[in-house]
Design a protein around this ligand. Structure first.
Ligand SMILES: NC(=O)c1ccc[n+]([C@@H]2O[C@H](COP(=O)([O-])OP(=O)(O)OC[C@H]3O[C@@H](n4cnc5c(N)ncnc54)[C@H](O)[C@@H]3O)[C@@H](O)[C@H]2O)c1
Length: 273
């Protein structure tokens, strides 16, 4: 099926990739382009952004780019203005801004706590605040945020500020969804478990050495009852559903994408009594 987002004006926040390859935002951008969206791709990394734009060229989708900082309200006002100038409307804000890690309570400094909350939560608040006026004027608009199951469960790695920020992101999304539902706005989150992304392999290589990456990625895969991690395309397909009209009655909720990991209590399988 194609044309599921035909002519929708979509802002993709974090449309680059922190390491070479297909990050989540980059894959979402490609999937949106395949479905006919008109795109404003945003990233603070000009080179990564340009790589995404080049990748999308063959899709023929209208595609503007903007290098901007998504961690400030001023940045988001600039982003919304650019989308209005390019397409005259803002139908979708698809937010990929975030970064995991950081450690537990005794590991993180107040500065790291602040930075993690700022990136994973405040950026989403600013995105909503900046885009809502245009959406309300149109009488329609959709937010799709990338959260994490870390926002609802301890997901195997201590990352207290990240967990807290992603939990806050769910609350923010639900709050916006309910407050503006009657005025045509929807807001939902996709909550991935482990996703195979270049950013993860890059960080594992830096921390543990390149020779341990395969072993550690396999460990991540085994953490899902399905025995494999999500691909970025798995995430993009979930995002696409929430961004388009097929999900018109889905609002203020989370689509968990973890192969059953968060449904599993963690107890090893035991013989039935
Ligand atoms: N990889 C996983 O296993 C996993 C699991 C659950 C959730 N997530 C979430 O998915 C999202 C994307 O993950 P990814 O692995 O593709 O990350 P990534 O780092 O490759 O991509 C994020 C992009 O956002 C950009 N960015 C970061 N801060 C910015 C800012 N202030 N302004 C503008 N651009 C900025 C980066 O330059 C990068 O291109 C994150 O929110 C992450 O928390 C990832």
């Amino acid at each position: 099926m194609s044309g599921r987002l035909q002519d929708k004006a979509a802002i993709i926040l974090g449309a680059g990739s922190s390491a070479p390859g297909m990050g989540i935002g980059r894959t979402n951008a490609l999937r949106f382009a395949q479905e006919g969206a008109r795109l404003l791709l945003v990233d603070r990394d000009a080179k990564a952004l340009e790589e995404t734009r080049v990748l999308l060229q063959s899709s023929g989708a209208p595609c503007a780019t903007l290098v901007a900082d998504a961690s400030t309200l001023a940045g988001h006002e600039q982003i919304v203005a650019a989308c209005l100038s390019a397409y005259g409307r803002v139908d979708i804000v698809q937010n990929n801004i975030g970064r995991g890690g950081g450690g537990g309570l005794l590991d993180i400094s107040p500065e790291q706590w602040h930075d993690t909350i700022s990136l994973n939560l405040n950026a989403a608040f600013f995105a909503c605040k900046a885009a809502l006026p245009a959406m309300l004027e149109q009488g329609s608009g959709v937010f799709v945020h990338i959260g994490s199951i870390a926002g609802i469960r301890f997901s195997g790695t201590a990352a207290l500020a990240y967990q807290t920020a992603k939990a806050g992101l769910i609350a923010l999304s639900r709050g916006v969804a309910v407050e503006f539902a009657a005025r045509g706005i929807r807001s939902n989150c996709v909550l991935p478990g482990h996703v195979d992304t270049p950013e993860i392999t890059h960080r594992l290589a830096q921390r543990y050495g390149a020779d341990r990456v395969d072993e550690l990625m396999a460990l991540r895969s085994r953490a899902s009852p399905q025995g494999f991690s999500a691909s970025t395309l798995d995430v993009a397909n979930a995002v696409l559903f929430l961004a388009g009209d097929e999900s018109r009655h889905v609002n203020g909720t989370e689509l968990i994408l973890d192969g059953g990991k968060s449904a599993f209590c963690g107890q090893p399988y035991m013989p039935a009594p």
